[in-house]
Design a protein around this ligand. Sequence first.
Ligand SMILES: Cc1cc2nc3c(=O)[nH]c(=O)nc-3n(C[C@H](O)[C@H](O)[C@H](O)COP(=O)(O)OP(=O)(O)OC[C@H]3O[C@@H](n4cnc5c(N)ncnc54)[C@H](O)[C@@H]3O)c2cc1C
Length: 394
Amino acid sequence: MYDYVIIGAGIVGLSVAYTIQKKQPDAFIAVLEKEEAAALHQTGNNSGVIHSGIYYPPKSFKAAFAKNGNRSMITFCEEHEIPYEQCGKIIVATEEKQMASLQNLYKRAQDNELTVYWLEEDQLKEREPHVKGVAGIEVPSTGIVNYKTVSDKLAVLIQEKGNHIFFNEQVISINENDEVSIKTRKQTINGKKMVNCAGLHSDRIAKLAGYHMDMQIVPFRGEYYQLKEEARHLVKHLIYPVPNPDFPFLGVHFTRMIDGGVEAGPNAVLGLKREGYSKMDWNVKDLTQVLVFPGFWKLASSYIREGTAEMVRSVSKKSFIKSLQKLIPEITENDIEKAPAGVRAQALRLNGKLVDDFYIVKGKHSLHVCNAPSPAATGSLQIGEEVFQRFQES
Ligand SMILES: Cc1cc2nc3c(=O)[nH]c(=O)nc-3n(C[C@H](O)[C@H](O)[C@H](O)COP(=O)(O)OP(=O)(O)OC[C@H]3O[C@@H](n4cnc5c(N)ncnc54)[C@H](O)[C@@H]3O)c2cc1C
């Protein structure tokens, strides 16, 4: 009998296991993962940014997980010699009408007690000579890392202490009574407590355990291009537009990667399959569940303009490059080539509202991390702390 069974070996599940292991060294822990390796879904296909927390409302989990997670992720990388770089990020207002939103962001950075610098046009040019903008904010604490590397290290540290990670073990049923009995395609595993960290399938796992919520995971594919080697000099930091405050994603941006590459993206289009990475991927069950969910149609009607623009950007390289040219006018279609896509798990309520913050549902002996959007990779070790704390309180 395990003390804790964790479903999902993405960065959240592994961080939860690792944090419990540190806090309660005598706990016996199992992690169940349906794939053959860790971090093959959201965690292994993200932008690799160690966020700062500038965007999020003060007192939200997002703000706290990003700010504290920025520090704990960097400390973890230093302790375990994982390459990272605190290269900083610049948020750019490309036109006068974005100035009010940029000022709001600057104010939010103060509210979140972050060190940031306001950049006038000439200072912006100094930092990013190829960027065209009227003003910017520099966020020095933002960094980059490969979260698959972090996850693989977490997996090693978990196993080194005698805890177990079972790969190729898809959870298919859960029975929660005096203990939690979890059936995979190969075996039944019992635990005193269970944590659902199943990312794109977290709502389905919660349902298997008998928890029905007024929300559902909707997959949003994020497509990337990468800059060809000869164009990488155009980007010195991470370069972001001023986000649309009503839209949950950050807008296409330039991200330096820890391996030396530079990615441009991601956009956000409805995924036709929860773990479908190509445009042609679709799955009857996944798609039907979205289309019969009333919240989806309410969401679609509220974001008709943004949604259409994202879809156009998805099929037209010309349109994608136009968005990028707003930040770096000299970039051309010849400077970029397609890169692999990622799929975000975003919880959507029946009323059509996106669940903006992290959302953890409490069961009898279980906790279900039902919405862990960006900055969950940055804040994964903090999510581990939060989960451990909640078990202590129950
Ligand atoms: C395109 C994109 C860009 C992003 N950029 C950033 C960024 O720059 N910085 C940042 O901090 N965050 C970013 N994020 C968000 C971040 O990557 C995710 O929030 C985070 O990786 C979520 O981790 P997770 O462990 O919850 O999910 P996942 O990594 O998806 O892991 C869930 C795991 O559960 C397993 N699983 C599911 N169902 C079962 C089952 N039935 N049985 C067993 N196992 C199961 C899956 O196989 C998977 O391995 C981005 C996300 C995307 C998609």
